[in-house]
Design a protein around this ligand. Structure first.
Ligand SMILES: Cc1cc2nc3c(=O)[nH]c(=O)nc-3n(C[C@H](O)[C@H](O)[C@H](O)COP(=O)(O)OP(=O)(O)OC[C@H]3O[C@@H](n4cnc5c(N)ncnc54)[C@H](O)[C@@H]3O)c2cc1C
Length: 346
């Protein structure tokens, strides 16, 4: 490539997705990451693309809803350009209902979902007996089913994005001079860099641990049970996550806290009881001070841009993050919700 129109720093899900949206609009793009694609929190195994509960609607929930609705086309495009599977499928999610109060809440949410999800997805309360043996038992025998939740495999998705970018002439490299518009999508390191520049915290890393088990449930919906996400993947594995740790010594190690998450999942889901553990993984999520994504003009380097703060939902947000960032960087069109602006974390 002679000259890049856009340089993206960081080859996690935010950087790669922004790069992909820019490439699709005809820009010449170079992604730079000294540690390689998926080296940060995006190199994991969970990949639940799950909605917020359908109530108390706000910009963040509306943005996330749009992004989840865009995900099917987004990931199909990546797969077509790369020839690689991303592991994406919208198979929904089941959540056992704990008690009478939860049942009442779930039914109220079914009504608000009908309105807020505009008929594009369903949130309903069903008898668990009607949902097959994959569903955990619950006291009253009720389960919430939603058809908006999807999954992908984070590592497969990152690898497919890199291949799609290269197939369209973009570069993904470890080092290069910056050219054109510069987008910082550097995750936890980027939040720390801004904090150091402005002299106070702009966000921090929140560690998470997850496990991958050998069980082929690839057509089954994911489960949310006893605070654990159980995500059947396309490759015959099931991911279980996650812990949430603000204080930690080693960002990459796993420990007893993960053992407890696995134990809770095994206790709730009979099919997981004897499944072999294939991998234990930990990563550090970029959490901005506002807890929301941070998108727009970079708060320190004012002639550059930022896409950070994916926190626990970076994969779910990526398609729409990519769209609004490409609008801003390439066309100067700003469709970023107020809550997502860097100022919200300053
Ligand atoms: C255990 C766990 C489970 C999760 N589960 C889910 C889930 O189910 N669903 C979901 O949507 N999200 C989930 N997440 C959150 C999701 O992984 C993150 O939101 C997402 O990975 C953030 O992506 P990112 O691109 O902003 O950051 P990262 O993936 O951390 O990428 C930042 C990149 O920047 C690079 N970098 C750093 N400094 C520089 C520099 N100076 N120049 C260039 N590059 C640099 C790093 O090497 C890194 O590759 C989970 C996270 C964890 C840890």
């Amino acid at each position: 490539m002679a000259m890049a129109d856009v340089t993206v720093l960081g080859a996690g899900i935010f950087g790669l997705s922004v790069a992909w949206a820019c490439v699709q609009r005809g820009a010449r793009v170079r992604v730079i990451d000294p540690h390689g694609p998926g080296a940060g929190s995006s190199g994991g195994i969970v990949g639940a693309l799950a909605p917020h509960v359908p109530e108390q609607w706000n910009d963040k929930k509306a943005f996330q809803f749009d992004s989840l609705m865009m995900a099917g086309d987004f990931w199909a495009g990546v797969q077509a350009a790369s020839g690689l599977s991303t592991g994406y499928a919208r198979l929904g999610r089941l959540q056992p209902v704990a008690d009478g109060a939860a049942l009442e809440l779930a039914r109220a949410r079914a009504l608000s979902a009908a309105d807020l999800w505009q008929g594009q997805a369903v949130w309903e309360v069903l008898r668990a007996d009607d949902c097959g043996p994959w569903v955990p038992a619950s006291p009253g025998g009720w389960v919430i089913r939603d058809t908006l939740t999807a999954r992908l495999h984070p590592r497969m998705a990152c690898a497919a994005l890199v291949a799609a970018l290269r197939a369209r002439g973009a570069e993904v490299v470890a080092d290069h001079a910056h050219q054109g518009a510069v987008v910082h999508a550097t995750g936890v390191a980027g939040l720390a860099e801004i904090g150091a520049q402005v002299g106070r915290s702009f966000g921090n890393g929140v560690k998470g641990q997850a496990a991958l088990l050998a069980l082929d449930m690839r057509e089954a919906p994911q489960l949310f049970v006893d605070t654990v996400h159980v995500v059947p993947h396309a490759d015959g594995t099931v991911a279980i996550g996650s812990t949430s740790e603000r204080d930690y010594d080693d960002p990459a190690s796993t420990d007893r806290q993960l053992d407890q998450v696995i134990a809770r999942a095994r206790a709730a889901v009979p099919a997981l009881r004897d499944a072999v553990i294939l991998e234990r993984w930990a990563g550090v999520r970029p959490r901005s001070r506002s807890r929301a994504p941070v998108l727009g003009v970079h708060p320190v380097f004012k002639d550059q841009f930022i896409a950070n703060g994916g926190f626990k939902i970076g994969f779910g947000m990526a398609p729409k993050v990519a769209q609004v960032m490409a609008d801003l960087v390439l066309n100067g069109v700003d469709r970023i919700p107020t809550d997502f602006r860097p100022e919200a974390s300053l």
